[in-house]
Design a binder for this molecule. Sequence first.
Ligand code: NAD
Ligand code: SER
Length: 317
Amino acid sequence: MEKILVIGASGQIGSELTTALRKVYGNENVFATDLKPPHKDVLESGPFEVLDVLDNKRLIHFVIRHKITQIYLLAAVLSGNAEKLPIHAWNINMESLLNILDLAKEVRDIKRVFWPSSIAVFGPTTPRELTPQLTVMEPNTVYGISKLAGERWCEYYHIKYGIDVRSLRYPGLISYKTEAGGGTTDYAVEIFYDAIKTGTYECFLKQDTYLPMMFMSDAIQATINLMQADSSQINIRGGYNVGGISFSPREIAEQIKKHIPNFEITYKPDFRQKIADSWPKSIDDSVSYRDWGCKTNILIEEMTEIMLNGVREKFKK
Ligand code: NAD
Ligand code: SER
């Protein structure tokens, strides 16, 4: 029986991944941990404990006590926040990953590790349209540098120590359950909150900034599919491209206007514009499709409807 540890379970992805994993593996078998309290769905559906991924001693005790067989490491500092405190971000992002990879090396009960990479591994010299799996990678953000280094460490631990580590290069993820965690793609979440609350949104990116994005349910499904795939299907240990959809702030505003005709968007680009300009506009995920069947189901129209309904419901409570 799998015993799963989710680290960073109170964040944007963790809040939804934890409950999805509990549906698959049983509530009592999925242990949620974080520094901060989780969403009530996580708190009420199974075990939660405050745990710092940098606290090696407690981490190893936790893993042994609960006979953990799989770890999902989601704790990280995202792109926007990382640029404000680069060395702090580098330390958190690298130390957390190396702690978990070392733990997997020491504790042989741990059979699989998931660690998310990002489209931030690419940089200004990467081809930006339908960015291929294997291409030029010269990220110029501290977040991107930490993700690229992380990918290399994952592959190193796989080759050298046989660790079954798997990773996805998530694009910007869109969801309403918890707020986004300080990234450059966060505008595409914030816009729905402001559309419902005030009917206006001031966007920190220019109107025609295209970025790859994915609705959370597709990202969760891709994560579970990747982790359930047979080892023989996994040919890439650094990070698999996942494509999702691609849109600009102007296009998403047009979709929102179909539901809220008076919605108004204005543009005031800040430091995150430079980050967005260095990232792909769209992603080629054919290698993920070939290896383990990655698919995107939710397109921009449906995503807009789900987000507006979800945020509206949230404010009613
Ligand atoms: P988030 O910021 O919403 O959540 C991260 C969680 O980690 C937070 O709840 C935080 O409290 C927790 N955390 C931070 N430091 C910790 C520590 N020392 N010990 C334990 N927990 C700690 O981030 P997210 O959006 O859920 O992203 C999760 C992962 O996915 C990150 O690695 C991120 O880089 C990656 N990713 C996210 C996106 C996205 O659009 N959300 C896209 C690409 C990659
Ligand atoms: N959504 C993430 C960010 O903007 C991409 O990794 O930081």
